[in-house]
Design a protein around this ligand. Structure first.
Ligand code: SF4
Ligand code: SF4
Length: 77
């Protein structure tokens, strides 16, 4: 069983708190705009993610989760 880091784009308000808290510099704010008019965060360097969950804890909108998966690859949603 592997762990998968998931960003729910439509919940993200682009506040950048998760970007600041990530010591591995995995996350960046996207230049795209979501349906709600925000620029969501995305995994710019997914291979560097150690799944420490700090970004999940920090996010006030619960837009990031780490889930168990059978697949080994990481996906950005
Ligand atoms: S789980 Fe940890 S290493 Fe991965 S993006 Fe979040 S804060 Fe960074
Ligand atoms: S802390 Fe949450 S709402 Fe803020 S940029 Fe990160 S994922 Fe988006």
């Amino acid at each position: 069983m592997a762990l998968k880091h998931v960003v729910e784009v439509e919940r993200c308000k682009g506040c950048g708190l998760c970007v600041i808290v990530c010591a591995k510099k995995v996350l960046e704010i996207s230049e795209t705009v979501s349906a709600k008019g925000y620029s969501p965060v995305f995994q710019a360097r997914p291979d560097d993610c150690v799944k420490c969950t700090l970004c999940c804890i920090m996010c006030p909108d619960v837009a990031i989760t780490i889930i168990e998966t059978d697949k080994e690859e990481m996906e950005v949603n």
